[in-house]
Design a protein around this ligand. Sequence first.
Ligand code: SAH
Ligand code: SF4
Length: 332
Amino acid sequence: MNLGKLDSILANQPKYRIKQVFQGVFGSLIDDWSAISNLPLDLRQDLAKQCSLDVNATLNLTESQDSQKVLITLSDGSKIESVLLRHADSRNTVCVSSQVGCPMGCRFCATGKMGFKRNLSKFEIIEQVLFFARELKAENQRVTNVVFMGMGEPLLNYDEVFGAIEILNSPDAFNIGARKISISTCGIIDGIKKITRQDLQINLAISLHAADDELRSSLMPVNKQYSLTELLAVVKAYLKKHSRKVMFEYLLIDGVNDRKIDAQRLAKIMKNKLFVVNLIPYNPTGEFQPSSHLAISNFKKVLISSGVNVTQRYTFGQDIGASCGQLATAGK
Ligand code: SAH
Ligand code: SF4
């Protein structure tokens, strides 16, 4: 797919034409320009020549019932991964990538190990949702939620991510409410401040993974730039404006961040009724081992007895390595 020229081709068109195109491609999910029959022939031909609607996608062969991973080859040959998570209550969540690779270098993360290639454009982000939306349409279903938890750090690609959110949000396109869209960040403070200034009701998730600076800096280099104190201060400023729950993601890595002292430190900084800690089992990517069930359950007990809100979500798809945040195209 290549919609890079869509904005420039439509630049001099009247508003209602732009609406027709958006409704056709992102609303009705057409895959052939000739299907928008009310467009003038010369515009349609121009679009067909310059804006391919084909998604170059390879589905993971070992797909499971509740999740499906796809490898998408972009028009410059770069490869990204996206995941569809199907929930029993008929919610369908697409986990999208925002960059090819990631520059943040978190030690536990498969994407981090790939290094950074480039940012995705808003249409390359949308392409991932579009692929699954077309699939679901065949079953009379739709994409209900989008999470920016695939490859890359969304707040380092702010404008394109929010350009994509505008299309996801638009009633002429995907019509997905802001409350159904979540952005996960390793803690890019400038980006969180920018979100705070916006009026959009999107959900914010913070990848925390450690509750003291020394450990967090050793796992996530971003912490050397922005300390935990600074991070929590901007999140609290965000809460003053938005008063929406903020999710803190916490991977459990055997012997590294799953000790009693880690749980106690975490409990200390998570005492806020709008904070929710999401405990994620670590998916091994080389260096570390996942925590045992017992360690996870003990960790959880410390948090609960301290009055911290705790959940365990986004754990499906592990059988195909398809859970969000566990994506890497290296070697494919
Ligand atoms: N860059 C953003 C968004 C993508 S990562 C961020 O870091 O928040 C989405 C989530 O998956 C993050 O919480 C990330 O820390 C987590 N993750 C990374 N590696 C993982 C692994 N090996 N197992 C489980 N979760 C992982
Ligand atoms: Fe990048 Fe997020 Fe992976 Fe860290 S966890 S390397 S920020 S994708």
